[in-house]
Design a protein around this ligand. Sequence first.
Ligand code: GAR
Length: 206
Amino acid sequence: MKRIAVLASGRGSNFQALIDAIRDGQIPAVCVGLVTDNPAAYAITRAREVGIPVRVVDYTLFPEKGAFESALLAEMKSLDADLFVLAGYMRILGPGIVREFSGRMINIHPALLPSFAGLHAQRQALEYGVKVSGCTVHFVDEGMDTGPIIVQACVPVLDSDDEERLADRILAEEHRCLPLAVRLYCEGRLALIGRRVVLDKAGPGA
Ligand code: GAR
């Protein structure tokens, strides 16, 4: 059984997808904690409903980013997790934290990386005019949304889309892809070759 911890800043629907997948036995893991930078995050309610410990590191209470990152790192370390999942965590993590959890921290992003990294990915896709977008689950490295890709899924971009409609269509795929990527990680089936993530052929169903 792997120990996973989740970082989320807001609504937490991807966190909920993980909670549900673990409950249903789809992921061989226990969720040992939610860490959030936002005391008003709805993700906190989701955690409390199922008894997952919550650590709030309120960004606004720190004089500068370095102090915040130190506190965040301390909370993360104290959870003793095998894997950290960024599920709608909306701040860029400093290199100290990224290095500490290298190879065991993953992120979900609402676009087909390397297109549309950063904030408002769905808006960026609409404005660019792509006909297909989607979501990406990737390992976190020191760049912004640049780490090795684990799972991607695509959705059509329709002429009638606004940002919200496109975001909803992508979100449905996020809720499928994130539990899948976490499951593959927890089953020990991911191998890194260069920057390519490949499925371990020895695993079940590979
Ligand atoms: C999701 O769409 C996630 O991909 C995105 O924020 C949303 C969080 O929703 N993350 C990013 O944009 C990271 N740069 P949720 O709180 O309901 O999971």
